[in-house]
Design a binder for this molecule. Structure first.
Ligand code: BG6
Length: 483
């Protein structure tokens, strides 16, 4: 018998609001920290534009500390990709219809925090913001597409960054929990899977954490507050809707030792744990693991806890683990004992952005996670960022994307059918083209659907099906039997 995916496997796509929605100043939406970030490129980092203490104008790399007294500011002559993004805000019906045409059984998207609570601090949510998502969710359900919602995708109402130093402050925990409760309550019975945070293990900088300083102490204290916020949201969410399931999303592209030299092997193991699994350990097992002491001593971090924090973490662990997987890296230790990461794996090809292509790494990752946590898993992001060409026949022939996706889906199928890993879904990243997170470019495209827009936001915004659209449709219809 041919190996197929389980009948109830969730097939779909995934997006994030500030990369996709646009409508940044419509219907009462507040500003996000992301709204102050310029476009960049593979070689030119994105910048956060600032008003300086002396009233002048400035900018910093979006992941650097802010100069003393500087605050985010918008300038008319600068292009900010999140403002229009690829305009799901005005194309949601058409885009959902295209998802339905492909046969999606799920769509994972993020709700924009500042569309619901514009500053984060309001006592009542913004009705127009909720109305937008009511329509989206109802249309998805009508089309038999199960919504999976990310409550917070690497973002923060800018007000909380400016006035409270973002996640440095426990006040942000309260704002987040109020926001999460609003959503879970409103969509009770309509939404089964909630993702509390996106890629919590790689968040840094003002844009994701709202902190003005970016040292390890500030960052880990902020992350601890997010762990607490996650636990409180789960605790409240289970009371509001006992049928709901809660997960967090982690960036878990693999890493391997560069050689079989024991130092390289151990460095690879340790970096995997420190940069990725540490976060899952705390949230899925419910406690800071034993190696935390060494990790924090090395980085000079001393966390402040509230008395109830540890009990909360213990009693409110995740139901499932969601993760993104795009590539793998290699790790080695140099003569000065420095740990070096690189993409130079001689056995793998890379994308034009230097991301290696490693389908087997995804099967490895699924096995690694299930061995360690025994929780259901979902591949919530995977895909190929590539330059797509709209040809004279008005089509996009993206066989390179089909190859990438087919090879990765085969490995998921192997993990499910051979290794017996309970992986319950796959959502391809950026099913409709959207703005790249790392570079802010448009030309790094992932979608099954091409959006006519360039790196400066110009274009008709028309939607065009790529060749991969029909291929994915067939893959879903046949439960992956032809992969
Ligand atoms: C993940 C993020 O890190 O990778 C997405 O959750 C992001 O928001 C995706 O878009 C791909 O990265 P990039 O930089 O190619 O957009």
């Amino acid at each position: 018998m041919m190996a197929t995916f389980p009948k109830d496997f969730l097939w779909g796509g995934a997006t994030a609001d500030f990369q996709y929605d646009g409508g940044y100043d419509e219907d009462g939406r507040g500003l996000l920290s992301h709204d102050f970030v310029t476009a960049g490129s593979a070689t030119r980092p994105r910048q956060l534009t600032l008003k300086l203490k002396n009233g002048g104008r400035g900018s910093v790399n979006a992941h650097d500390s802010l100069p003393e007294g500087a605050e985010p500011a918008l300038y008319d002559d600068v292009y900010y990709p999140s403002h229009q993004a690829t305009d799901f805000y005005h194309h949601w019906q058409e885009d959902i219809d295209l998802m339905a045409e492909m046969g999606f059984s799920t769509y994972r998207f993020s709700i924009c925090w500042s569309r619901i609570y514009p500053t984060g601090e309001e006592a009542q949510p913004n009705p127009a913001g909720l109305h937008f998502y009511d329509q989206v969710i109802d249309r998805l359900i009508e089309k038999k597409i199960e919504p999976i919602i990310t409550i917070c995708h690497d973002e923060l109402p800018n007000y909380l960054g400016e006035h409270y130093d973002g996640w440095s402050s426990r006040h942000t925990i309260d704002c987040y929990v109020k926001y999460a409760k609003t959503l879970i309550d409103r969509y009770r019975g309509k939404v089964r899977y909630w993702i509390t945070f996106n890629e919590i293990n790689i968040l840094s900088g003002y844009i994701a954490l709202g902190t003005h300083q970016q040292d390890a102490q500030t960052r880990y204290q902020a992350i601890h507050h997010m762990f607490v916020a996650n636990a409180l949201a789960i605790q409240a969410g289970r009371k509001i809707d006992p049928a709901a399931k809660f997960g967090t999303m982690y960036a878990l592209s693999e890493n391997y030792p560069a050689t079989c030299k024991p130092q390289d092997v151990f460095a690879s193991y340790q970096t995997r744990r420190n940069n990725g699994l540490f976060y899952v350990d705390v949230m899925a097992r419910g406690y800071y693991p034993s190696y935390t002491a060494a990790k924090f001593a090395q980085e000079n971090v001393k966390l402040e806890f509230d008395p109830a924090d540890l009990e909360l973490l213990k009693n409110n662990t995740l139901d499932f683990i969601a993760f993104s997987y795009y590539r793998s890296a290699i790790v080695k230790v140099d003569d000065q004992d420095q740990v070096i990461f690189s993409n130079d794996n001689p056995y793998l090809k890379s994308t034009p952005w230097g991301w290696t292509i490693d389908p087997l790494g995804l099967r490895y990752c699924l096995n690694e996670l299930f061995d360690r946590y025994q929780k259901p898993l979902i591949v919530i992001e995977n895909g190929l960022g590539a330059v797509d060409e709209l040809t004279a026949d008005g089509k996009v022939h993206d066989d390179y994307r089909i190859n990438y996706l087919r090879d990765h889906l085969r490995e998921i199928r192997n993990a499910i059918t051979i290794d017996r890993i309970p992986c319950f879904g796959y959502t391809m990243w950026g099913n409709t083209d959207l703005v790249s997170l790392s570079t802010g470019e448009m030309k790094k495209r992932y979608g099954f659907v091409y959006v006519d827009m360039d790196d400066q936001g110009h274009g008709s915004l028309n939607r065009i099906k790529k060749d991969s659209f029909d291929w994915f449709k067939k893959t879903i219809t046949t439960a992956g039997v032809d992969l």
